[in-house]
Design a protein around this ligand. Structure first.
Ligand SMILES: [Zn+2]
Length: 114
């Protein structure tokens, strides 16, 4: 795959998708993505597609623009809290890449660590 401008966005989306699927399967015990997780995923996809940061966007967790609707934000947080640590086990490469990107895209305006 080349350097099409959606590389970062589609990769971010794949990460989100992996997390939502992991959450739905392991936490909710669904064989296939349930309708509510599918809706969450579709919502996330739409947000990513319209992200004003495009290529330069940090991963969504660090994104300064909290573009999710509050209810969707609460749901994606729940998914990430559950799936985040488990990603290291089930999808170590995806998780590490995501972590790496967060480390390297951390906004450096503030002194000291939070
Ligand atoms: Zn589900």
């Amino acid at each position: 795959m080349g350097k099409n401008k959606n590389d970062r966005t589609s990769e971010e989306f794949r990460t989100v998708e992996t997390m939502v699927r992991l959450y739905c399967r392991h936490k909710e015990g669904n064989e296939n993505l349930c309708p509510s997780c599918r809706a969450l995923l579709e919502y996330a996809h739409r947000r990513l597609a319209h992200c004003p940061f495009g290529q330069a966007k940090p991963s969504c967790r660090l994104c300064p623009v909290h573009c999710y609707r509050p209810d969707m934000q609460a749901r994606i947080r729940t998914v990430m809290r559950y799936a985040g640590p488990r990603m290291l086990w089930h999808h170590p490469l995806v998780a590490l890449r995501h972590l790496w990107r967060e480390l390297h895209s951390r906004p450096s305006g503030r002194a000291g660590n939070s």
